[in-house]
Design a protein around this ligand. Sequence first.
Ligand SMILES: [Zn+2]
Ligand SMILES: [Zn+2]
Length: 448
Amino acid sequence: MNIDGASFVPTHANHVELERLGDEIAKLAAHLDAATARLLDLIREFDERGGWGNGFASCAHWLAWRVGLALGAAREHVRVARALGPLPKLKEALARGELSYSKIRALTRVATPETEERLLSVGRAGTAEHVEMMVRGWRQMDRKAETQESTRRHRHRALHVYPDGDGMVVIRGRLEPEVGAVVMQALTAAREALFRRAKDVPAGTSFVDGSPEAPNIEQQQADALALVVETALHRGMNPGAPSARYQVVVHVDASVLADADAPGQSVLEGGARVPAGTSQRLACDASRVVMRHDAEGRVTEVGARTRTIPPALRRALQHRDKGCRFPGCGLPFGQGHHIKHWAHGGPTKLSNLATLCRRHHRAIHEEGFQVERQPDGQLCFRQPDGRRIPDVPAPSAVPANPTDTLQSQNGGAGAQINTRTAMPGWHGERLDVGYAISVLHPRAISST
Ligand SMILES: [Zn+2]
Ligand SMILES: [Zn+2]
């Protein structure tokens, strides 16, 4: 390479060549954006139909695993895919390669069906940077309109607490932001306290509500509210000794524990029936009272707070597995799963144990997923239909000439893309965000 720079002064031939190269970049980029529209369509459908639900925490987690996106990028794809659902004009502009994915990402943060047409023209006229500036300005205007509503909100503050038909108590209300912030802070603190306590007790012990699954966020909030109220009433964070509160008693027939298909009872203390698979899971890594009943209902065995996996072995297990082993999960904590259940004579030793998070422990015991340890020591996970779940999925086959294939596919889908498809209408004039918002934002228009 020359360092005097002379070789970078374009000759005429060079200039034509570079122009052509630039055109090719612009055209292919527009094609990629058009293909991204299709990708987002597929993600939206997959997400809506819960295609990720068979073993993943979210559509983004599935996407990160299956496609190899960073989790943040995967979340953004899912967000944009969802946002585009009710925004057909922006969706089509991306599908035609007219607006880049970067612009669409920014616009979907503020666009509503009411405003998408105007924002589409913003996207067409400006560069990606202009669009970002406009979106920031748009949000400020949204906020300004909100403050005008705050006076109205103050008059409408309310909290309704009433019993529902089935004995549950319904709480519904609207709090002013500053009051709501304090409430949310207290709930967050209480949730953290509950979560810390859940980690202090042995893995596998159930959560406060007696169910073995990690509670979802709404359930956690409900538990947190209870703690906040208890704390307020008792004037001290002391709602009781955790060990007793977390204990779950399972009544399960000996035959059911050994064979989920065998007839017999499997109930939690209090009478709630649970599937045999649930009893097996609860017993799999148990620090709980397990009562085994014989055919006549007599208690044949009570393992009072038996720890199935001794602490030293649990530490070794944690050191070896470093968290859930289910492909694509990687949660840093979990329960010790007996690959061959102890009720079937499976030994409690490292080679027969695998760490699984609650979600995936459930998948194995109750949803038909399978795991086995292969002769080489590697774990092999399978879907309920027996198909293997790879740790890292093989990338999809790409045709020998992906560019041509992509362009002909986009052409087949009706997108007419050329080198100028994604060019902004901007001619270099200064962008006056304030003015632009004042003539485009619906609130700004209605207040003048
Ligand atoms: Zn298990
Ligand atoms: Zn997991």
